[in-house]
Design a protein around this ligand. Structure first.
Ligand code: TRP
Length: 365
């Protein structure tokens, strides 16, 4: 657990888990009650940790017919870096990763957009900032940890206010479900407070904003191929969705294991081996201990071969879709964003008009 995660009380986490289970059951019955808002910062290509932790969930929600807005949080990149040179390529990679895993805007219920291109969304930020206290922003454990992790000595104000911006990302389209990891729970709690405070202050008779629920991923956190740290681009321990079958094989070959030949599933004593078994399990659905029993004396060579095969089988359709898209990458990315941005603006303009009316700022011009 990270420092931020340990500051998020177990009670809060357990409550979010309980709520997530109830929501999953209701999606099947009432998909049209829900609007999902989810997103990523365009800071690099996505890896299998993202796939099992969140992308797969998004595709499942899509197949249930739940409307989904996916924000590419390009302004949020500015919180901890000055250079914007990598942004266009990162946006490109992100859209391609989304489409490759099966998110499909052509069905009309999945909208992929960059928040820099939705003026109304950004305008929500101005009144929202009046609904939170400096102390609340200062205490956010996830923000504190990000500042520390990035080793920032000079922290700009957007680092403290981006959770409020994130509330605007969620509420501009009245998203009521936000699939997130545990580290994002403080941001979601702030979003709920902002919605509640706005409604109480300006719209008591007819609430404008929903109080969105977190949807926690059912899959526990995936470790990188080093078996000790979270899978992450910056730690060079990740398998990217765009990796070829051969690249995947050679990355897995370098994965850390231990000196004991007999393969057993023992996460506490043998975290590296357990993580590889867990990866296979995510791909095949088989229990990690059953996989271990099958491999047994085959040792880490057999284990790694099984990991490679399982990953390559899972990634094969994703790779095939990416190949299909590769004939006109620029065209596909542009038309995806154009459609998503148009829909986000349509929805955002309506919300902004409603918000202004609630705040007595509708001058009938
Ligand atoms: N802050 C999120 C992250 O770092 C990305 C993000 C931006 C987001 N806006 C969002 C996530 C809205 C969920 C909802 O991963």
């Amino acid at each position: 657990m990270t420092q931020a995660e340990s500051e998020i009380s177990a009670g809060t986490f357990e409550e979010a888990q309980r709520r997530s289970r109830a929501l999953r059951a209701d999606f099947l019955v009432n998909p049209s009650k829900y609007r999902v808002l989810t997103g990523d910062r365009p800071t690099g290509a996505l890896h299998i940790g993202h796939y099992f932790g969140s992308l797969k969930n998004r595709v499942e929600l899509q197949s249930l017919g739940v409307e989904t807005f996916i924000v590419i949080a390009d302004y949020q990149v500015l919180t901890d870096r000055e250079s914007v040179s990598a942004i266009p390529e990162n946006v490109n990679d992100l859209v391609l990763d989304y489409l490759s895993v099966g998110l499909d805007p052509s069905r009309g219920r999945t909208h992929i957009f960059c928040h820099s291109h939705v003026p109304a969304l950004n305008q929500l930020l101005v009144p929202f900032l009046t609904l939170v206290g400096m102390g609340e922003l200062d205490r956010n454990p996830t923000v504190k940890e990000e500042i520390e992790a990035a080793g920032l000595t000079n922290v700009n104000a957007s680092m403290y206010t981006y959770p409020v911006h994130q509330a605007a990302d969620i509420l501009f389209c009245k998203g009521n479900i936000v699939p997130v990891g545990r580290d994002q729970l403080p941001h979601l709690e702030l979003t709920r407070k902002i919605a509640r405070r706005f409604n109480q202050r300006y719209a008591a008779a007819a609430p404008v904003f929903p109080e969105p629920d977190a949807l926690l991923s059912a899959a526990p956190k995936i470790l990188g191929l080093d078996g000790t740290q979270k899978m992450s681009k910056s730690r060079a321990n990740a398998i990217f969705l765009r990796a070829t079958a051969d690249e995947t094989a050679s990355l897995v070959k370098k994965a850390k294991t231990d000196s004991e030949r007999n393969i057993t599933y023992d996460p506490a004593a043998r975290p590296e081996v357990a993580n590889l078994l867990f990866l296979i399990s995510l791909c095949t659905g088989e229990e990690p201990s059953a996989i271990a029993a099958r491999i047994g004396d085959g040792g880490s060579g057999t284990l790694k071969k099984a990991v490679t095969d399982a990953l390559n089988d899972t990634l094969a359709p994703i790779r095939a879709r990416r190949t299909e898209l590769s004939s006109d990458v620029q065209g596909v990315v542009r038309s995806t964003l154009r459609a998503g941005i148009a829909e986000a603006n349509r929805v955002g303009d309506a919300t902004l008009a409603e918000m202004r009316r609630a705040m007595n700022m509708d001058y009938s011009l």
